[in-house]
Design a protein around this ligand. Structure first.
Ligand code: SF4
Length: 166
């Protein structure tokens, strides 16, 4: 794993070194106080400037190493929360969210839309409300139960048989 990590980092440096001067933040801690006792915190991997059609744009980058398709990952709540975090941190809105897959070097980039901050704030409040009310239904079949490390806690014997062949 160490060798593989070193190879991925070296590959990233070889490919991107010329634009390292455009990096504005790396590993930036964010903490969003949403009120009502709800706090969200995390760390943005990178924020960089990119020239797109002759204009300087701000891009929030999240590095992935897991074997996941970048297009699937771009829609995750995590990146949306980072966009919101960047807004709270700097008072500015980022232009794009990007997933950079270190193994394959594939990237996926989506624009940060005007209603994204409102949508993600609503989703966070709903999630907090569900946690408080212990409203956490199982999502068997919609997630990969066979790879889930909580399956022994979550599934009954019958469900284990159905969803993970146990
Ligand atoms: S086993 Fe894991 S993936 Fe499947 S429903 Fe339970 S928590 Fe979700």
């Amino acid at each position: 794993m160490t060798d593989s990590a070193k190879r991925a980092i070296q590959k990233y440096i070889d490919r991107n070194q010329a634009t390292f001067g455009d990096i504005r933040f790396a590993e930036s801690a964010i903490e969003i106080d949403m009120g009502d006792g709800i706090t969200v915190n995390g760390r943005i991997d990178m924020v960089k400037d990119v020239m797109i059609d002759g204009e300087k744009k701000t891009v929030i980058v999240d590095f992935k190493t897991a074997n996941k398709r970048v297009l699937e990952a771009i829609d995750t709540e995590q990146l949306k929360i980072y966009s919101l975090g960047y807004q709270k941190l700097t008072g500015q809105t980022a232009d794009y969210m990007e997933i950079y897959h270190l193994d394959s070097e594939n990237t996926a980039r989506e624009p940060v839309t005007a209603d994204l901050a409102t949508t993600v704030e609503t989703e966070i409040r709903q999630a907090a409300d569900n946690i408080r009310r212990n409203n956490l239904p199982k999502r068997c079949g919609t997630e990969s139960c066979s790879k889930c490390h909580l399956s022994h806690l979550c599934l009954s014997k019958a469900e284990q048989k159905n969803y993970i062949g146990g």
